[in-house]
Design a protein around this ligand. Structure first.
Ligand code: TXA
Ligand code: MG
Length: 326
């Protein structure tokens, strides 16, 4: 099993010697390696069992460091970075050759962000290289929001989990790029579309779910697979009262937004936010799905949450989780 502790210096030494270390961020835990070290980056792909066609986000400790990795920093990108970094915003920018192709899966764009977590910021600021880090879960499974989640699934394959408590936001970063002067959102996440539009005006959201698998490899974000963030149990999404009638002969678990449903044991129901608060719902989403996945139920039923702010990212994750279990 991996050691779970708060020793930033030890994490630094492991990373410097080409090891993979789990790190806390405000969104989800990451599985980090020296982004300049191809062999270390390859370990990340192997540990996650992730196809090397699916690129990794590069984490840096300052805007200046990000600037050193890219050929250009469009003015919209600079405005967003100044306002929302450190934070749940990933910018897709043209890369310099210092970033190995394996990190970007051959793309000439690199995804970069400054995570907003004091431990990881301190780690990054003490390193002479950036960290390539996907979420620290096996490919396709629910992302981890606590050190224990990482331990459960990847503990046997990594030496160290740098502990930083429960992730404050709970869903992955929003991925933003720029095409022909337009601001594009490629993945909904912890920074709402509304917040981005406040700074750069209207954005275009590219919903990858309607694109066939054949074309996926050529996409700018090849990792936006529909089958993602999934529990092992089947998950059905929609009107829970109606779903309860359809599945009346099964043992059901419910992921509810703000109220319990009648006729199902409360122990088999998880409330995302009793106060109907969307941020709280995002914070509880992945741990709620994990808990339900571990309960003795046959199927998980879930409702959509209001489609505003982080609600869009929550609904996106739920939709992907349900798609893969059909
Ligand atoms: O919040 C987050 O973004 C977390 C924490 C650890 O920072 N990371 C994360 O990484 O969610 P991952 O690997 O699970 O998801 C990254 C997404 C994938 O869909 C990937 O395809 C896309 O970002 N991506 C990464 N680099 C890219 C690139 N160069 N071009 C296009 N898409 C890229
Ligand atoms: Mg992931």
């Amino acid at each position: 099993m991996a050691c779970i502790d708060i020793d930033i210096l030890f994490a630094k030494q492991l990373l410097e010697s080409g090891e993979v270390v789990a790190i806390p961020t405000e969104t989800v835990y990451g599985l980090a390696a020296n982004a300049y070290d191809e062999a270390a980056v390859l370990k990340v792909f192997h540990i996650k069992q992730r196809p090397t066609s699916n690129p990794l986000i590069v984490h840096v400790g300052s805007i200046d460091q990000a600037g050193e990795l890219v050929k250009e920093f469009p003015s919209q990108a600079a405005k967003l970075a100044q306002r929302y970094w450190p934070g749940p915003l990933t910018l897709l920018l043209p890369k310099k050759s210092i970033i190995p192709n394996i990190v970007t899966a051959g793309s000439q764009h690199v995804a970069i962000r400054i995570p907003n977590h004091p431990t990881t910021l301190k780690l990054l600021q003490g390193l002479s290289f950036p960290l390539a880090a996907p979420s620290a879960n096996p490919f396709g499974y629910i992302s981890p929001t606590t050190p224990e989640h990482v331990q459960e699934q990847l503990g046997a394959t990594i030496p160290y989990i740098l502990a930083g408590g429960t992730c404050k936001i709970g869903v992955e970063s929003t991925i933003v790029g720029f095409e022909n002067g337009k601001t594009m959102v490629y993945r909904l996440g912890g920074l709402s579309i509304e917040s981005i539009e406040e700074i750069v005006g209207p954005v275009v959201y590219v919903n990858k779910n309607h694109i066939s698998t054949v074309h996926k490899q050529n996409l700018i974000t090849p990792g936006s697979f529909l089958q993602h963030y999934s529990p092992r149990k089947p998950l059905e999404l929609g009107n829970v009262e109606e779903l309860l009638v359809i599945h009346k002969n099964k043992k059901v678990g419910i992921l509810a937004f703000d109220k319990y449903y009648k006729g199902v044991d409360k122990e088999h129901q998880i409330l995302l936010s009793s106060k109907s608060n969307i941020e709280e719902a995002a914070y509880n989403l992945f741990s709620g799905l994990r808990k339900l996945d571990q309960l003795p139920v046959d199927i998980i039923l879930s409702t959509y949450v209001p489609n505003i702010g982080l609600g869009r990212a929550i609904n996106d994750r739920l939709m992907r989780a349900s798609a893969s279990t059909k």
